[in-house]
Design a protein around this ligand. Structure first.
Ligand SMILES: [Zn+2]
Ligand SMILES: [Zn+2]
Length: 105
């Protein structure tokens, strides 16, 4: 389904195509810290299915316990988390933060 969303201050807007049944909750300790909550609701979308409509996402590079570098995109104005993705080239998967979506099921 087609979804759209924005950060809290509204400077970042985006749209994407997602499968609603793929929403999942991450309980890892990094998500505790980065979200300030007990879990984080996420839905994946692919490069090409994700369009940034306005604003500029700032990336924080998180190095996981496996050594993998993950980009955590957030709004530099209001700090709202937008997505996480891999740092590598090629078709990326963007794990969108469900709380920023207008269609929050
Ligand atoms: Zn913002
Ligand atoms: Zn996590």
């Amino acid at each position: 389904m087609k979804i759209d969303g924005h950060c809290h201050c509204g400077s970042i807007t985006f749209e994407a195509e997602v499968e609603p049944e793929k929403v999942w909750l991450c309980h890892c300790t990094d998500c505790h810290m980065l979200s300030g909550s007990a879990f984080r609701a996420v839905v994946p979308t692919k490069e090409g299915a994700f369009t940034l409509l306005s604003g500029e996402v700032k990336n924080y590079v998180k190095i996981g316990t496996s050594g993998a570098r993950r980009l955590h995109g957030f709004c530099p104005e209001c700090g709202a988390p937008i997505y996480s993705t891999s740092e590598s080239d090629g078709p990326k998967v963007y794990n969108l933060r469900v709380g920023t979506l207008r269609q929050r099921w």
